[in-house]
Design a protein around this ligand. Structure first.
Ligand SMILES: C[S@@+](CC[C@H](N)C(=O)[O-])C[C@H]1O[C@@H](n2cnc3c(N)ncnc32)[C@H](O)[C@@H]1O
Ligand code: SF4
Length: 344
């Protein structure tokens, strides 16, 4: 269900903007419809009141929890079922964060990403994107939402922008606590600055070499790393919030000293943070994560050379860590008994 369709349904039942706000807030902030200072009978139009149980059931049916896989670091991977039988992943992150999916599958086909292997299966609706937040809030508080789960947000831009608008208003999430993660796309740089809610931006860079990037991210728009950083910098300056550059560390591919020199040339003195994320292994793929000591050395060197660098282990990686693996396993019933096996 699109967010606009939800609004139209409420309007058809006599809802004014203030009533719409109330219903959407109650849904996204997990408040009971009959709670709050103003009782529904004193406030909402009669037709809307009568339809509330049905609307509640429809919104509640957009997504459902299929399984939850907590890890030692305080995060949990959630396998989330959609009404048509498809499934996506959300991740509860430490400190009130939530990672949500925007597509089932992805067309970009990054060579190291499980989600990219299936191609695009379908777009998530705006309703399904925000419903992941409502579902997560039934489990614990959510103060930050990162669009870093399955899918490329730039390829589902209208629905993701609708979701961002709703989460940044009725969802009560600070604008800078909404993080739009993308491989980079001209449409993103045009649309994001126009939104009422301007999210923080994460750009998945992975290498400073245009030819290597074209190999690793075969169907990403052909924007060079230099152009990506120029456009990212302009957005960061306009929003007064640093861009996060994402770098999946692959041994022998993008962890060499030549890349470190390239990073310094590209990112030194930029309004940016570089997140280095060691690769999560995926069965059948030949990539390897560098030794942890090498990862630390990379982060230390970059820091010393003037690039604000954070070394991160992606949350929930103990359980079918690479995003999309949980879903892939669930789609293979014969293997489901090893769903909780730890990765090496
Ligand atoms: C799954 S993508 C979703 C958002 C968007 N499509 C993007 O690429 O930025 C989020 C991040 O996960 C990273 N990622 C994907 N597969 C990974 C893996 N096997 N190990 C570590 N990071 C991975 C990507 O590089 C990207 O920075
Ligand atoms: S890393 Fe992002 S863009 Fe690349 S295939 Fe995975 S989800 Fe798609």
């Amino acid at each position: 269900m699109q967010i606009e369709s939800i609004r139209q349904r409420l309007q058809a039942l006599g809802a004014l903007p203030v009533h719409e706000q109330r219903v959407l807030r109650d849904w996204l902030q997990r408040r009971p419809y009959d709670g709050g200072r103003r009782r529904p009978e004193d406030f909402l139009p009669k037709a809307l009141r009568a339809a509330l149980p049905q609307i509640d059931a429809e919104l509640g049916g957009l997504v459902r929890l299929l399984s939850s896989h907590p890890t030692d670091d305080g995060s949990a991977r959630l396998l989330v079922g959609l009404a048509d039988g498809q499934a996506v992943e959300s991740v509860l992150l430490p400190r009130g964060g939530l990672c949500v999916s925007t597509q089932v599958g992805c067309a970009v086909g990054c060579q190291f990403c499980m989600t990219g292997r299936s191609g695009l299966i379908r777009q998530l609706t705006g309703g399904e994107i925000v419903a992941q937040v409502a579902l997560a809030r039934s489990l614990r508080a959510v103060k930050k939402v990162v669009f870093m789960g399955m899918g490329e947000p730039a390829h589902n831009l209208d629905n993701v922008m609708d979701a961002i608008d709703l989460l940044g208003s009725e969802g009560n999430i600070g604008h800078k606590n909404l993080v739009f993660s993308t491989v980079g796309d001209a449409r993103v740089f045009e649309r994001l600055p126009q939104g009422v809610v301007k999210p923080a931006l994460a750009l998945s860079l992975h290498t400073t070499k245009p030819e290597l990037r074209a190999q690793l991210l075969p169907r990403a728009p052909r924007m060079s790393p230099v152009e990506l950083v120029e456009r990212g910098e302009a957005y960061a300056r306009a929003t007064h919030y640093p861009v996060q550059y994402q770098w999946t560390l692959l041994e022998g591919v993008n962890d060499g000293d030549d890349e470190l020199d390239g990073i310094v040339a590209l990112l030194k003195d930029r309004y940016a943070v570089l997140n280095m994320i060691p690769y999560n292994s995926i069965p059948d793929l030949a990539f390897r994560r560098p030794a942890w000591e090498r990862c630390r050395e990379i982060a230390r060197q970059l820091h010393r050379r003037g690039v604000l660098t954070k070394l991160r282990d992606s949350a929930g990686q103990e359980v079918d860590g690479g995003c999309g693996q949980l879903r892939a396993r669930a789609a293979q019933p014969r293997q489901s008994t090893i769903m909780l096996q730890r990765q090496t």
